[in-house]
Design a protein around this ligand. Structure first.
Ligand code: 2U9
Length: 301
């Protein structure tokens, strides 16, 4: 197709061009104005539709809180930290050797019956029934230095779950080891702990007992924190509450940890934070701790 031949006489072309420009500018301005008007209308609509009433009450955020056992554990750590004990953590999954044999309970030892546990598919690998294997780990790590540690953590036992016994529970064990440690150090440490944890002026009683990994061994009671020893339902009218087990580390255990029992001695003790929390907060069912019912957990601020 050929180019169109200009038909406008040359003297009319400038005026025609000007007019064409005016029309173009007019159309562009109208377009911009329409776009702006639509934008304004959208904005006004959304200001009405999405209006925020700043006078309405907000949604308060509900801060979380610590589990009662975490609180109890931290209180125990703080008290023992002031006495120079460091926290030593060791694994929940242990070998049968560390959980029993090295703690003076060889295979077929009758004491093993007290601590049935959960077994993994790997022979000899189990869930620990107490934090005591940590004693061997700490000794083997620190030999020949003196030791002052507490060993907290979850323990597991295959047993009937009742209001008084759970199949998982925490334990805090203590171990002090050196060349001059005596039973007097054990008693002084525990009496001081009992006073700081349960209130100054506590009566503390040591009763002879038995643990395979300590000799001599004792069970430790305090005067009942609810009735001050007068006798009530919680202390079963005895006036006393059992709070822990303790004793001097058995020579076989010292040896298994690498410490010569003729040169070194030590004491150990162990307590159950669930039991302590039950006494402190008057909880009568141990199952409440790990059932994760918020109605229970939210009561602890
Ligand atoms: C030494 C070292 C450690 C004694 C302990 C327990 C915790 C215990 C139970 C409470 C109810 C589990 O859920 S439950 O059935 N807790 O039996 N026993 S601490 O530990 C010791 C004792 C002595 C030298």
């Amino acid at each position: 197709m050929s180019e169109r031949t200009p038909t406008l006489p040359s003297e009319e072309r400038p005026a025609y061009g000007r007019r064409a420009n005016e029309v173009k500018q007019g159309l562009e301005a109208a377009y911009e104005a329409k776009v702006e008007a639509l934008k304004q209308a959208t904005q006004s609509r959304s200001l009405v539709a999405d209006e925020v009433d700043v006078s309405l009450p907000g949604h308060p955020s509900r801060p979380g809180r610590l589990h009662p056992i975490t609180r109890t554990l931290r209180e125990i750590y703080r008290i023992f930290a002031e006495m120079g004990f460091q926290v030593y953590r060791s694994r929940d999954v242990e070998t049968d050797d560390l959980n029993f044999t090295l703690l003076n309970m060889p295979p077929h030892h009758p004491a093993r019956d007290m601590w049935d546990t959960f077994y993994t598919v790997r022979p000899g690998v189990i869930l620990r029934t107490h934090t005591s294997p940590g004693q061997i780990h700490a000794m083997r790590q620190y030999y020949p230095e003196p030791i002052r540690v507490i060993l907290p953590g979850m323990c597991y036992r295959y047993e009937q779950v009742t209001a008084r016994s759970e199949l998982m529970f925490t334990q805090v064990e203590g171990l002090a080891l050196g060349k001059t440690i005596t039973m007097a150090d054990l008693k002084g440490t525990i009496v001081d702990f009992a006073n700081r944890m349960f209130g100054q002026g506590r009566q503390v009683r040591f009763r002879a007992s038995h643990f395979p990994f300590t000799e001599p061994s004792a069970e430790v009671d305090i005067d009942c924190i609810l009735c001050s020893g007068k006798g009530c339902r919680v202390c079963k009218f005895t006036g006393w509450l059992e709070i822990m087990g303790a004793g001097m580390v058995h020579p076989v255990v010292l040896e298994n940890g690498g410490y010569d029992p003729d040169v070194y001695s030590g004491f150990a003790f162990g307590m159950g934070p669930e039991r302590i929390a039950m006494l402190k907060y008057r909880i009568d069912d141990i199952r409440a701790f790990w059932a994760n019912d918020l109605r229970f957990l939210q009561q602890f601020r």
